[in-house]
Design a protein around this ligand. Structure first.
Ligand code: ARG
Length: 566
């Protein structure tokens, strides 16, 4: 039985207000002590010609308690409802026990497809911490939408096309050494790419050579294509290794190159619709009405660019997936780029362009340092991951934690800690990472939540043999127990708002608060002590059991794995 629904119905019956008015008015009071749900009487003031506090007083007398509601209390202009704790706890726990893996899920997305594009590093350019931010947010959103029953496709829009390939080919022909490169492809390619830039500062003719190579590549030259595909393949092997470390998967690695033969059509459509105008030799879509610089479609030398490829990609996705939403998780510096090409698409009359959503995020700094991508002085993703894992291993050793497999635990905790930190604030906020907060086992952190889970699992191991199904909750209604179950009950709401706002942060806050409530519960309510009577013991074990399940599910939505002991 839904407590909220029950209360809404009671209010409707009594006040004869319209359902939507009541539904929208009912709210959760700011403080748990004020009750579980509140009804502000303000919408009634006009109808009843009385002050809200007077109405609240009158209504409270007319509303009788029942087996779901313990009391109804007027407070100012509000009516505060207190649920029957025992009933609320036993129903919620019973529901979770029935199918723990389904708790917090729904099927509202059935038959609908959501595309989630994220990570999307650029070959030969640094795979940096900004790409990790995108990976954390995108991977989490993909899991959140799946939780709501959507068919989700995770896309990696690799930066595998563009003038940088001309530069890379030029660099490779001059300084490339296959053997050296294959030992460490990403860093070695980056190295010669950076060297190209340094050299080109003194020898600008190198730039011409690079442009020539890219032109040849675009024209399908065999040697160029072979080199391009070689660079792509060896980089992809590396990326996939990193994704495996992160526990992240993609359904498609179609990058920019995939759309290189699909751009003529875009140019034709835009031209046919009369949207292309010439500007300084280039073909552009004018966006002055929208207060934006024009969206360049063809450069003056006839070459297509980033935006053209993005329009081709969107059109391809629309035709291939007929998506409900096409989400791009890309940093805020590209905000204008997305507004531009999406507006150009709307001008072309593609209604579904409204379902293409840029999900931006802030800048990342590390230890107060701004990250610059120039000349390679950038914090590289894999270095950060390795360092996190190493530091975690040290902490585990120092704490003498009893983990089963220290390598496995260090990876899960080290990586989880980083994902957690990225998703700890709303995504538009700039973040400044530092190891003290990332790996603070006691503060709000990934390890803190993982520890809560492991703690619960260890209690359950010690209770092996005790059957706590269908427990009696009449004595386990303390504030801590009740608050814990209220948190458990809120899982779906957190998932829903996280999806509505494309904000994994809501899940992060949810699981953090749930873990805190769990800590409070087991610190104040003994579970396996000798003087705890059997019924209470069983009821508390049931609480521990469902809580560990929900912490695990919620962490999974953030991309964080759990460990059984810590
Ligand atoms: N490769 C780009 C970068 O690293 C991100 C790709 C964004 N996605 C897109 N469809 N434009 O900056």
């Amino acid at each position: 039985m839904d407590f909220k629904e029950h209360i809404i119905e009671k209010i409707i019956k009594l006040t004869e207000l319209e359902r939507t008015i009541v539904e929208n008015a009912v709210e959760v009071p700011p403080d748990e002590k004020m009750g579980d749900l509140a009804f502000p009487c303000f919408p009634l003031a006009k109808i009843m010609h009385k002050a809200p506090p007077v109405i609240a007083q009158e209504l409270s007398k007319k509303l009788s308690d029942d087996d779901m509601i313990d009391k109804v209390q007027p407070a100012g202009g509000y009516l505060n409802f207190f649920f029957n704790r025992e009933r609320f706890i036993s129903e919620t726990v019973g529901e979770i026990e029935k199918a723990p893996e389904k708790w917090g899920m729904s099927n509202e997305g059935e038959g609908k497809t959501v595309l989630c594009e994220y990570s999307s590093p650029n070959i030969a350019k640094p795979f940096h911490i900004g790409h990790l931010f995108s990976t954390a947010v995108g991977n989490s959103l993909a899991r959140i939408y799946k939780q709501l029953g959507y068919n989700v496709q995770s896309l990696n829009h690799l930066g595998d096309w563009g003038t940088q390939f001309g530069k890379l080919i030029s660099a490779y022909k001059r300084w490339g050494d296959r053997e050296v490169i294959e030992k460490d492809p990403i860093n070695e390619l980056l190295k010669i790419y950076v060297k190209f830039h340094d050299e080109a500062e003194e020898h600008p003719e190198l730039e011409d050579e690079a442009r020539g190579y890219f032109k040849k590549l675009e024209d399908g030259d065999e040697e160029m294509t072979e080199l391009w595909s070689y660079f792509r393949e060896i980089s992809l092997v590396e990326y996939k290794r990193v994704y495996e470390l992160l526990g992240v998967e993609f359904d498609s690695y179609n990058g920019e190159a995939f759309y290189s033969d699909k751009m003529d059509e875009v140019v034709d459509i835009l031209r046919d619709k009369g949207l292309l105008v010439e500007s300084e030799g280039a073909q552009v879509v004018d966006l002055s009405e929208e207060g934006m610089p024009p969206c360049i479609i063809l450069k003056s030398n006839g070459a297509t660019i980033y935006a053209t490829r993005d329009i081709a990609a969107a059109l391809y996705r629309h035709r291939t997936y007929n998506f409900d939403k096409n989400i791009y998780v890309v940093g805020n510096p590209q905000k204008l780029h997305f507004r531009q090409f999406l507006t150009a698409m709307k001008k072309a009359g593609w209604k579904w362009a409204d379902d293409c959503i840029h999900v931006g995020f802030g800048l990342v700094r590390f230890g107060g340092k701004n990250l610059s991508t120039r000349h390679g002085d950038v914090v590289l993703l894999e270095d950060v991951l390795r360092e996190s894992i190493d530091k975690t291993r040290e902490i585990i050793r120092k704490n003498n934690s009893n983990v089963d497999d220290i390598e496995d635990a260090s990876r899960k905790i080290g990586i989880g800690a980083i994902f957690y930190t990225f998703l700890h604030s709303t995504r538009e906020k700039d973040i400044d990472l530092n190891w003290e907060t990332i790996l603070d086992f006691e503060g709000e952190s990934g390890p803190y939540c993982q520890y809560g889970y492991a703690r619960g699992r260890s209690i359950l191991r010690r209770a092996e043999g005790i059957n706590f199904k269908n427990a009696d909750f009449s004595k386990t209604v303390s504030d801590e127990e009740y608050s814990l179950v209220k948190h458990l009950n809120g899982f779906y709401d957190a998932v829903k708002i996280a999806a509505d706002k494309n904000e994994p942060f809501y899940i992060n806050r949810y699981v953090t608060n749930l873990t805190k409530a769990f800590n409070k519960f087991y610190n104040t309510n003994p579970i396996l002590k000798d003087d705890v009577d059997e019924e209470t013991k069983k009821a508390r074990l049931a609480l521990v059991s469902v809580t560990t399940e929900v912490i695990k599910s919620a962490l999974y939505l953030l991309g964080i794995e759990t460990v059984e002991s810590m």
